[in-house]
Design a protein around this ligand. Structure first.
Ligand code: GTP
Ligand code: MG
Length: 178
């Protein structure tokens, strides 16, 4: 018999880092250069055949970057079981905000066993090598481990780089967390 799991996953990070683009790429396989800021929260659903006996209904919560300054995140984060924390490789301030997003997350939601929800770090817009911050960034391997991320990826929603890998990495952690 097949079992179905509904998983609520958050996509968080500063304004314009590419959260909506990552979700659109992952769910609809499209990309647009056009920027329209998300207001509040948006949703997307993807149904996955996880293994021969499990169907995953993945509910992606696309939280507007500007919500970090609001007071709704506690409501939005409720019952989430995982998070993608995104920054823009070409803007240092968005990397510095990663820790604020991670702390916000950990302070407002935990798994039912009290442990932090698994989170994966995404260094997005890696197609923009020439503008990349790489020399200025700490080694992401050490940084992500030190900050409690279960993994990290350089991603591009534009070129479709590592988007599926990042989600799969998160889902593996989520599925083995309980
Ligand atoms: P908010 O909704 O304001 O929080 O922003 P967001 O994080 O949802 O960003 P969004 O996905 O709207 O992308 C912002 C801009 O960056 C858009 O113009 C996108 O086309 C562009 N963008 C997103 N991902 C990539 C990427 O991987 N590479 C490049 N070159 N541009 C990207
Ligand atoms: Mg958005």
């Amino acid at each position: 018999m097949q079992q179905e799991r509904l998983l609520k996953v958050l996509v968080i990070g500063d304004l314009g880092v590419g959260k909506t683009s990552i979700i659109k790429r992952y769910v609809h396989r499209v990309f647009s250069q056009h920027y329209r800021a998300t207001i509040g929260v948006d949703f997307a659903l993807k149904v996955l055949n996880w293994d021969h006996k499990t169907v995953v209904r993945l509910q992606l919560w696309d939280i507007a970057g500007q919500e970090r300054y609001g007071n709704m995140t506690r409501v939005y984060y409720r019952e989430a079981v995982g998070a993608l924390v995104v920054f823009d490789m070409t803007r240092l301030s968005t990397f510095q905000a990663v820790l604020k997003w991670k702390r916000d997350l950990d302070s407002k939601v935990t798994l039912s066993n009290g442990r932090p929800v698994p989170a994966v770090l995404l260094a997005n817009k890696c197609d923009q090598h020439q503008h990349g911050l790489c020399p200025k960034l700490p080694k992401l391997e050490n940084f992500s481990q030190g900050q409690g991320f279960v993994g990290w990826f350089e991603t591009s929603a534009k070129d479709d780089t590592n988007i599926d890998s990042a989600v799969t990495c998160l889902l593996k952690a989520v599925m083995s967390a309980e």
